[in-house]
Design a protein around this ligand. Sequence first.
Ligand code: SF4
Length: 219
Amino acid sequence: MTKLPFSELETAAYCPRKLYYLRGDELEIPAIVAERRQLAFEYDRLLDASDAELADLPLEVPPAQFRANLKRATEFDAWDRLRSPETRAKLVEGKDCRGIVHKVLGGDSPIPSMVFTGTPPETGVWEPQSVRAVAAAKALSWEHERAVEHAFVEYPAHGIVRRLRLSTRRKATYRRVLRTARALDGPPPRLHNRSKCDACEYRAECGVKTRTLRSLLGG
Ligand code: SF4
């Protein structure tokens, strides 16, 4: 059976119809995404950087906030491995999915850390990103023949790092999304909850009105 890319699972968790559009597209990684990802590999330098230096970087929060967030991240037991991972950007092949694991932290069992360039939720991790992190953990577990019980998720433009337990609920969501992505054969219905559509780059193709247009039309 075809192994699905981690990115497709993340998209299917966001909206299956978006995955339908995405599959027909050749996507390039925007420069800002690459720049923000790189920040996750420069934590030592960033912890010592001045406000002026931080202000020149593609951060999403002011320097003082960034520094405070990153200082909090240093309290993780795995901090040394997060700031200086054993393996970086590793292509991992699992039973059902494949993709790049941004950091593989060594130890008794491998631990994946996935880097995201957007804004984190108040607590925890957005569901599509949780699905991608679980996919990475599953693939790593398959490759190493070792159980992987948790993963890290990093938001380097905020200096935020979160630990994610591979709970029964998270694994069940991953399996549901995997089934949906595999079964995709034609455009699925649009989302009922349109709050995600405003940020979707396929909304014109999809035929969904943006919030601005809806408000202009009084909708
Ligand atoms: S506009 Fe909304 S319903 Fe359409 S693909 Fe995007 S997220 Fe899905």
